[in-house]
Design a protein around this ligand. Structure first.
Ligand SMILES: Cc1cc2nc3c(=O)[nH]c(=O)nc-3n(C[C@H](O)[C@H](O)[C@H](O)COP(=O)(O)O)c2cc1C
Length: 221
């Protein structure tokens, strides 16, 4: 698989087979992803991989818990501009269509969203943390690291889904995996497993803005 194929072929996977991930593959991927770039080479990412029975226990605890207060961070900007509402809706609708939930079925939508807390049936998950001393530029570094991991997982035939929605249980996750809440923010989870090739949730269409709408070119070569 070349790089362009990997970028095109990766997608968020939200239905996994009941099949364990080989930890050796995860070690290999995480080792390779250490080459992700970061400003000042800070490498401000930290992670914990949870697998199997331990992941199921964490899932049960999250499902039983109330969302934390105050929130770990503000997930969605206040007064979200319409452009971003439209982009968000472009994913929510097709996702509901894929599993036959009517778009105005709020309960069905919530049920679908709650699958995040079961990691969509994945057998492993990576939880990522950022030292609290770090700011927005370093958060972007963590994103680059995560994308590197997602592409490498795809190259290994595995699927993944980044999961910011777990932020409602950031402190619970930190407590479970032994990360200090005083010094670290929970950023994002990453469900990892063998994709279910039949599941409609892994096949609905996603759209993107045209490159020309987001990047301008100036000058002649
Ligand atoms: C940082 C980050 C957090 C995300 N959090 C969630 C999440 O909590 N639950 C979920 O189902 N998808 C989540 N996603 C997946 C996005 O919905 C997805 O990347 C986007 O719709 C584009 O689809 P694609 O990844 O299939 O190309 C997240 C993606 C990113 C990059």
């Amino acid at each position: 698989m070349n790089i362009a194929e990997a970028v095109q072929g990766r997608r968020s996977i939200r239905a996994f087979l009941d099949k364990a991930v080989d930890p050796a593959v995860l070690h290999r991927v995480i080792e390779a992803a250490q080459m992700a770039p970061s400003g000042y080479n800070f490498q401000p990412w930290e992670g914990v991989v949870v697998m199997g029975e331990a992941l199921r226990t964490l899932s049960e605890r999250m499902i039983a818990a109330e969302p934390q207060s105050p929130a770990e961070y503000q997930l969605v900007p206040k007064d979200l501009p319409q452009l971003y509402k439209d982009r968000r809706d472009s994913i929510v609708g097709p996702r509901m269509d894929a599993v036959g939930i009517a778009r105005d079925d709020e309960e069905g939508r919530a049920r679908l969203q709650a699958r995040n807390f079961e990691f969509f049936g994945a057998s492993a998950a990576l939880f990522t943390f950022v030292p609290r001393v770090m700011g927005p530029p370093q958060w972007s570094d963590v994103g680059m690291w995560l994308q590197t991991i997602m592409l490498l997982l795809h190259g290994e035939g595995l699927g993944s889904c980044p999961q910011e929605s777990l932020y409602v249980h950031g402190r619970l996750i930190k407590d479970f995996v032994g990360v200090d809440d005083d010094t670290h923010l929970f950023f994002c989870g990453l469900a990892i497993g063998h994709p279910d090739p039949e599941a409609p949730l892994n096949h609905f269409p996603r759209t993107r803005a045209a490159a020309g709408d987001v990047v301008r070119f100036i000058g002649e070569p």
